[in-house]
Design a protein around this ligand. Structure first.
Ligand SMILES: [Fe+2]
Length: 271
């Protein structure tokens, strides 16, 4: 006898929406991260700031394109790469240093807020490294999905801001809330098994069997995927998530574009 249906355990998107100005924000944010691995704030950046960040984004890409077109050869996922081509576009990566502060001052300010430091410290523990890397991604080459369901090889707390309005057809962020803890065990097991960054099997559904998935999550793949949420949000919204939560970037239709700026915070001291 089956008790409960396919959508048991699925939570509504509204449960993950928080208001940064509410009195309980700090406690709510920490609670959502611990229970679901994520939350979001709709329309977080006001238009003048959002527009400044967009301009910095465009300028940063245009400078590097002019200076180093041959640099468009890296795969983009390699942690040391600065400017890389990806399957569906390009990415530009910065360390959170003086150069970033000088070249992208508005973006630097966006990712240096006190409440972020408080949240990172509470969630990751102290010491931690706030927004150590900032990655700009520009996706414009269409595909059925920008990246399939995965965890990031190096676990991070990410602050993620789309610079375009996001709907189902321009690479929405999609995630399965509540999968953080079992995915964390899978990630660690992969590292112990392979030891090399590129060998870690991060594509959860493609690279792991139904049996492994059931052992970890207590559900087979189809049921787990039915709990996925799609974040269709206006430009300037903020998503905060633990990268051990199963996530992906979805469909990118022809003629569509998706620009994202996101920053990664890590446990411990990241040099
Ligand atoms: Fe990711």
């Amino acid at each position: 006898m089956l008790i409960g249906g396919l959508h048991s355990g699925r939570i509504p998107l509204s449960d993950l929406r928080l208001d940064l100005t509410s009195d309980n924000f700090a406690a709510d944010a920490l609670g959502r991260l611990r229970e679901y691995g994520m939350f979001y704030c709709r329309g977080w950046l006001e238009e003048p700031v959002l527009e400044s960040v967009r301009q910095e984004f465009e300028l940063a890409f245009s400078e590097v394109r002019e200076k180093d077109p041959a640099g468009l050869t890296d795969e983009g996922k390699v942690p040391v790469s600065r400017y890389g081509k990806t399957r569906t576009g390009a990415q530009l990566r910065f360390g959170n240093d003086a150069e970033f502060a000088n070249r992208l001052p508005a973006s630097h300010e966006v990712f240096g807020q006190d409440w972020m430091a408080d949240l990172a410290g509470s969630y990751l523990g102290i010491p931690c490294t706030l927004n150590r890397h900032i990655v700009l991604t520009d996706d414009f080459d269409p595909d059925q999905e920008i990246i399939s369901h995965h965890f990031d090889e190096m676990n991070a707390l990410k602050f993620y801001v789309p610079l375009d309005d996001i709907d189902r057809e321009n690479g929405p962020f999609q995630a399965i809330p509540g999968t953080t803890e079992p995915t964390s065990r899978l990630r660690v097991a992969e590292w112990l098994r392979h030891e090399k960054f590129d060998d870690v099997r991060q594509r959860v559904f493609e690279q792991h069997s139904e049996e492994v998935i059931h052992a970890l999550y207590g559900q087979f793949k189809a049921t787990l995927r039915s709990r996925e949420l799609t974040f269709q949000v206006p430009a300037g919204s903020l998503l905060v998530f633990d990268t051990d939560t199963i996530h992906r970037a979805g469909l990118l239709s022809p003629g569509r574009r998706r620009r994202i700026i996101r920053a990664s915070s890590y446990r411990g001291i990241w040099p």
